[in-house]
Design a protein around this ligand. Structure first.
Ligand code: GLU
Length: 324
């Protein structure tokens, strides 16, 4: 990791000290309503953070896929379940200069290159020898200056990729143990100028002093590249806990088609937020079915080692309640 052509100036990181404990966080994308699986992940992130004396922070990941009103609804739903968070919201669209700064550091260290590929070109390209499936095949990695000028003249604004010096990286996960996953020449900035999720998440976790990342295990495979990128930026990677997702009866990721998936849907069926919290807690084996719970009680009982390791399969009523 220290083999970069030029040393990189470390990005500043909010370190825990006596005044500020470390922090956990929840970082929803405001693209729609949170479903029960998302709410369960938020509850877990809150429990992991609060049970370890950490602050709990909220971040709005609105660099793409924004639906008007979704952010307000998401935060209202989390509050209705009783979740609270410290400090002001962090909003990614307010932080573009910080992503630019991180990219500039990587650029000055010779760790980036412009990529002109379309999605189609990437799919059609033969994968590089020994490269893991799905890795960017390196088409633009070693363009000559002339080739690059020719591609630039095509007028398509390039994406900026990381010139990764490793093919995989190992992280430690509280639920998955030691986990090695692919690191490829990931996109840092898209052709339209938008910072990529993998960059933003690393910059923001560090800026917020987040040292514990609890999120759905669909993101487990992204953790090695994020931890690697953190290292390049002189940052300490957080502790990870990737938690099982919620699935519908057909084994598909939870979505609207599964029925009453949101807190609002559940309330329309006559359930109180407290009952929804109890449903989530039961799915986490923290309470018996129909037991009354509150967050303080859940915190007392929370034991990460006892969490289910398999997905939560839920059956939901699909029809709206009949009016009496
Ligand atoms: N914004 C991402 C999502 O809603 C989560 C990213 C993360 O937790 O690192 O899926």
């Amino acid at each position: 990791m220290s083999q970069s052509p030029h040393p990189i100036t470390p990005l500043s990181q909010a370190e825990p000290n006596n005044a500020t404990a470390g922090a956990g966080r929840f970082a929803p994308s405001p693209s729609g309503d949170l479903h029960l699986g998302n709410l369960r992940t938020a509850l877990l992130a809150w429990l992991f953070a609060r049970s370890t004396g950490r602050r709990f922070l909220m971040r709005v990941e609105d660099l793409d896929r924004v639906r008007p009103g979704a952010r307000e609804q998401q935060l209202a739903d989390l509050r209705e379940l009783g979740l609270d968070w410290d400090e002001d919201l962090m909003v990614q669209s307010d932080r573009l200069e910080h992503y630019r700064d991180a990219v500039t550091r990587l650029e000055s260290a010779g760790l980036t290159y412009e990529c002109f590929c379309t999605r189609r070109e990437i799919l059609k390209a033969p994968s590089a020898p020994h490269a893991p499936h799905g890795a960017y095949p390196g088409i633009c990695r070693n363009l000559t200056p002339e080739e690059r000028d020719a591609r630039r003249a095509g007028g398509r604004p390039p994406a900026l990729r990381l010139r990764a010096e490793v093919g995989s990286f190992t992280i430690d996960d509280l639920l998955h143990g030691s986990y090695s996953g692919m690191v490829d020449d990931l996109v840092l900035r898209r052709g339209d100028g938008t910072p990529a999720y993998n960059l933003a998440v690393v910059v923001d976790d560090a800026a917020q002093g987040v040292d514990q990342v609890v999120r759905g295990d669909d993101l487990l495979s992204s953790a090695p590249r994020q931890a690697y990128l953190a290292g390049l930026l002189g940052l300490t990677a957080p502790q990870y806990a990737h938690v099982p997702l919620a699935l519908d009866q057909e084994g598909r990721r939870l979505a609207k088609r599964a029925g009453a998936v949101t807190l609002g849907d559940q309330k329309a069926l006559g359930r109180t937020p407290r009952q929804v919290l109890a449903m989530l807690a039961t799915s986490l084996r923290l309470t018996a079915p129909d037991e009354e719970v509150d967050l303080a009680g859940l915190l007392d009982r929370f034991e990460p080692a006892r969490l289910p390791r398999e997905p939560w399969v839920i059956t939901l009523p699909t029809t709206p309640p009949q009016s009496p």
